[in-house]
Ligand binder design. Structure first.
Ligand SMILES: [Zn+2]
Length: 84
């Protein structure tokens, strides 16, 4: 698939989130969360390619490993724990 094909697909499906041939993945994810009723969203707004603290294939061109954590909190601010 050519880059032009990928950009055409992205423009057709995510038109509002394509800027200068770059796809705003964070914007797409925020939009999907809001569309699905998620109201309390904390968006860190960190670009892993620009911030040296984070691994970035885009910046360094080498593969590596990266993880993420998602946690639900109760209305009292304590994390919800699942018994095993
Ligand atoms: Zn950046």
């Amino acid at each position: 698939m050519r880059l032009a094909d990928v950009l055409a697909y992205a423009k057709e499906n995510f038109g509002d989130f394509v800027h200068n041939k770059k796809l705003d993945i964070g914007g797409i994810l925020l939009n999907q969360l809001r569309e699905n009723g998620v109201k309390n969203i904390y968006h860190e707004k960190i670009c892993t390619a620009c911030n040296e603290r984070y691994f970035s294939y885009r910046r360094d061109g080498q593969t590596g490993r990266q993880g993420g954590i998602i946690m639900l909190r109760s209305s009292h601010g304590k994390s919800l724990q699942k018994s095993l």
